[in-house]
Design a protein around this ligand. Structure first.
Ligand code: SAM
Length: 284
């Protein structure tokens, strides 16, 4: 007999108790289906000793599943009403696990300190800030080794896209600085309350070392931003402003082993790192 998770009636009752009206700005779509929670938790491949960082626990649907699979859960929630109620909900559904939960009232885009070092990120993310939240957390918490996030399906495709594919862009390249990302499934709209208008996708990631380069992450990301700001242009043209002149852009591209007539959408993160590094040695 699996431990009980929150269903549609539980979610509606909890929402009524805290008098919350879910808002679009905070991406408040709550999972109302235990099987979906089991699927997300299984796809996250958690070890029992792990400390999981959950962003946006909401009414606690996923938090319960995570507490069954890991040692600790650190839940970062921006909505004070939801953050305050979460320990109560866990006490009702998993009284023996409430001590394994830390609730942090904070914005996941800004949070800098957590009460425990997280080893995994598992979250049903607020959709409008999903990509910056993932990048920010990978940057701030090097202890995050792997994770699984639910995002808008098209964002899942973008995060996991390989160079040269239709959906490859800034999120794909920047995510690749930190990790390898793979799509791990699609989730329909009807497992949420309120139901979103679009499908969701699961993305699994594994931390990896960034490319070896003398350029800083900021310097590499500046090349990425410049290349994709004008993605129809050749790199020589798109990077002219960034390098100073078209000639300097061409020189940096050539010393990085990249054709000046290529477009950014075919380059992987290592190529962007080589271009940033080549530019370090150019005259200012
Ligand atoms: N995990 C719950 C579930 O699966 O039912 C709720 C997921 S809901 C898609 C997103 C949650 O993130 C909401 O609880 C919302 O209040 C919270 N949230 C929105 N923006 C946030 C931010 N910047 N930092 C932390 N939490 C945020």
């Amino acid at each position: 007999q699996p431990a009980p998770l929150l269903g549609a009636a539980d979610i509606r009752r909890l929402a009524a108790e805290v008098e919350i009206r879910p808002t679009k700005t905070l991406g408040q779509n709550f999972v109302i289906d235990g099987n979906t929670i089991r699927r997300i938790v299984a796809a996250a491949h958690l070890d029992p000793g792990e400390t999981v960082l959950e962003v946006g626990p909401g009414l606690g649907s996923l938090t319960l599943g995570l507490l069954d699979a890991a040692e600790r859960v650190v839940a970062v929630e921006i909505d004070p009403v939801l953050a305050e109620r979460l320990p109560d909900t866990i006490l009702r559904w998993r009284p023996q696990r409430v001590a394994a939960l830390d609730v942090v009232l904070a914005d996941a885009l800004r949070v800098t300190a957590l009460p425990h070092e997280p080893t995994a990120l598992v979250a049903n993310l607020p959709y409008n800030v999903a990509v910056p939240v993932v990048l920010n957390l990978l940057e701030r918490f090097p202890s995050l080794r792997h994770g699984l996030v639910m995002v808008q399906d098209e964002v899942a495709d973008r995060l996991a896209a390989p160079p040269g594919s239709r959906t490859y862009g800034i999120p794909s390249v920047k995510a690749a600085w930190y990790s390898t990302m793979t799509k791990a499934g699609v989730i329909g709209m009807n497992v949420f309350w309120p139901a979103p208008k679009i499908a969701s996708g699961l993305v699994r990631f594994m931390r990896r070392d960034p490319p070896a380069t003398r350029a800083s992450r900021e310097e590499v990301f500046a090349v990425v931003d410049a290349a994709f700001a004008q993605r129809r242009k050749t790199l020589r043209a798109a990077l002219a402003g960034w390098a100073g002149t078209p000639a300097l852009a061409e020189q940096a591209l050539r010393s990085a082993g990249v054709a000046p007539t290529a477009r950014g959408e075919v380059l992987d993160i290592s190529a962007f790192a080589r271009i940033a590094e080549a530019h370090l040695d150019e005259p200012v």
